[in-house]
Design a protein around this ligand. Sequence first.
Ligand code: ADP
Length: 268
Amino acid sequence: MSSVDKDQYRVAREPYYQPQGNEVALYEAAYRNRLPVMVKGPTGCGKSRFVEYMAWKLGKPLITVACNEDMTASDLVGRYLLEANGTRWLDGPLTTAARIGAICYLDEIVEARQDTTVVIHPLTDHRRTLPLDKKGELIEAHPDFQLVISYNPGYQSLMKDLKQSTKQRFTAFDFDYPEAELETIILAKETGLDEATAGKLVKIGQTARNLKGHGLDEGISTRLLVYASTLIKDGIDPHDACRMALVRPITDDADIRETLDHAIDATF
Ligand code: ADP
């Protein structure tokens, strides 16, 4: 048995989540059947918030891992630590989640190297096991354990993509930036900004999203629109708030900046 305190991983308060369709019911069905879930979509469109909300709704602990290219299988599974009196095994986050019955959310899984990604395979099929090779232990996942990954198809390249053998172990949700009306509500509810101003920010966001592929790799995310809303709500002039939160972070291209600055000046 593990001595890990499950409660530290509980989502304490209900996160605000504005559904875009029937994803809540579909996730519940996936969880009921312990199917692994992949949430696909551009950065800052609500993937993590959705997973957090579902963990809260299902009353399950949530362990989130931000994946990166330096991550090794040991970072997920665990390792022996050298100590004064010898060595001590320390579970990695994936192992902890499998032991305590948490939802394990591997954020931006594509960032991880493929030899790291394969350690999740035995947890995603009927085996629901996790071999700790270095420790010589085979863990059977707790009945409540579920694996969730997020994935931004925009960054996909031949060098960096999930293998089919990994993809085909998951059910998937396609997320995107919410449509204008919903995004306006999200900005207003999340920051307390009035809906009229929020609607203007959403319009600027849409202008930028239309530039995707024409000089911009990604449009302005809902996350950045939330930042701009927060600044305006705090009393910052909308022009400054938009330049700081919406334009400067996403591009250094002078032409694109000018186009977006014009859109801001025309809106406010
Ligand atoms: P990512 O897709 O990168 O995981 P997040 O889930 O972190 O993005 O979303 C970024 C921010 O956008 C959130 O912190 C939240 O403020 C806001 N947001 C996006 N979509 C929603 C939504 N459907 N309901 C509530 N907030 C949302």
